[in-house]
Design a protein around this ligand. Structure first.
Ligand SMILES: NC(=O)c1ccc[n+]([C@@H]2O[C@H](COP(=O)([O-])OP(=O)(O)OC[C@H]3O[C@@H](n4cnc5c(N)ncnc54)[C@H](O)[C@@H]3O)[C@@H](O)[C@H]2O)c1
Length: 361
């Protein structure tokens, strides 16, 4: 079987540059892909750094000007892994040039900018790297919810807790500059857990938020908390922070429904906890499902049951799903419209905290 070649250009070569490069290498090893991926150009401002990255991860060429890369006729995909402030300009230019666009989260700096991007990208296939949707345990949670296993969802509790920002004196990180990042823990962490809430429990209808900066003089938020109502009648709490000493990357949720409950923690990403409240009372208890197969989402593509996977597999599975959808013409999520919905929640969180009021969505 011959497959069409997609020439990829990646803008940015930091943390996500590595995560994406790895996915571009590995997706075809684990999944039967309808396309062959070519790591054609990697673009960054520092030529020595970008050359080292290209050599290590197998990129054909390097470049320093993303605009020239977007203009190239031989490029099919623009993959955006730069600081947040650049996402809109690059994505809109890429959409005008008719490229497939893969963009890191947060999609944009704010809702109106995300709306411009979603509008521009209507005519081209697009993806936002909300990679946690493809954690097998989270995909299984979605499956169980859709099958009605936990019944009507009453409460959704999500938190994304990190500690790396907790030194108030720390500077020199683009994530602390408002002009580069737009926001702090909100854009970085809250976008992830709001997207997961949309995925698992549907849209929010209103919220009341508290956004806080602990470090004196820091331009962006260090923590944010909100309570909200979902369109399905459930209620939720959301908490994100870079000041949770002891927590490295604890993205967790607990969902309580009329028939049961689910609990997940990214630091134990191969596990989903399930409580079945339809069992006789004397048999009820938390079931620890090791989501490595058989029969669990994505696991047949990776290793035999019990052979655990990691962070990088979430990017591989996201990419494989996108390419499969692209070939069949099926809709892919998370796309720019999903990114826009998340960004609108971020705007509501900011507004609620500033005005100390509930905000409708
Ligand atoms: N999906 C996830 O889980 C996840 C995780 C981490 C970061 N992110 C997102 O990925 C994006 C990048 O974050 P990161 O952690 O990789 O940051 P990083 O600092 O490690 O890398 C950023 C890269 O962008 C490059 N860059 C900056 N300005 C540029 C320009 N004008 N032209 C070309 N390249 C330029 C830098 O040189 C660097 O290589 C951010 O939007 C971030 O929110 C997503």
């Amino acid at each position: 079987m011959t497959t069409r070649m997609l020439n990829i250009a990646m803008i940015g070569h930091g943390f996500m540059g590595r995560a994406h490069s790895n996915a571009f290498h590995q997706a075809g090893h684990f999944f039967d892909l309808p396309y062959t991926l070519r790591r054609k150009v990697i673009c960054g401002r520092n030529q020595q750094a970008v050359a080292e990255m290209a050599a290590r991860w197998g990129w054909d060429e390097t470049a320093n000007d993303w605009r020239a890369v977007v203009d190239r006729k031989d490029i099919d995909v623009i993959d955006i892994g730069t600081p947040n402030a650049l996402h809109a300009e690059i994505a809109i230019a890429a959409a005008k040039a008719g490229k497939i666009i893969w963009c890191e989260k947060p999609l944009a700096m704010n809702g109106p900018q995300a709306a411009q991007m979603a509008e521009a990208a209507k005519k081209v296939p697009n993806l936002v790297w909300f990679n946690y949707r493809r954690v097998p345990a989270i995909a299984l949670a979605k499956q169980l919810i859709d099958e009605g296993k936990i019944g009507q969802v009453y409460q959704y509790r999500a938190a994304y807790l990190q500690s790396w920002g907790a030194d108030p004196a720390r500077t020199g990180v683009w994530r602390f500059n408002k002009s580069d990042a737009g926001s702090g823990a909100m854009g970085d962490l809250l976008t992830h857990i709001v997207d997961l809430a949309h995925f698992l429990n549907g849209p929010l209808s209103e919220l009341n938020a508290l956004v806080h900066t602990f470090a004196p003089g820091r331009e962006v938020d260090d923590a944010a908390i909100f309570t909200g109502r979902f369109a399905n009648g459930g209620i939720g709490t959301f908490e994100v922070t870079r000041f949770a000493i002891g927590m490295k990357n604890r993205n967790r949720f607990e969902i309580h429904g009329s028939k049961g409950a689910l609990s997940f923690n990214l630091e134990e990403l191969n596990h989903l906890l399930y409580y079945d409240a339809t069992l006789p009372a004397d048999q009820q208890g938390w079931m620890d499902i090791m989501v490595t197969g058989p029969g669990h989402p994505y696991t047949a593509n990776f290793w035999p049951a019990g052979h655990i996977i990691g962070y990088e597999h979430t990017f591989i599975a996201t990419l494989a799903d996108f390419l499969t959808a692209l070939a069949s013409g099926a809709e892919f999520h998370a796309n720019f419209e999903d990114g826009l919905k998340v960004q609108q929640v971020m705007d509501a969180v900011e507004k609620s905290s500033e005005t100390r009021n509930w905000v409708k969505l």
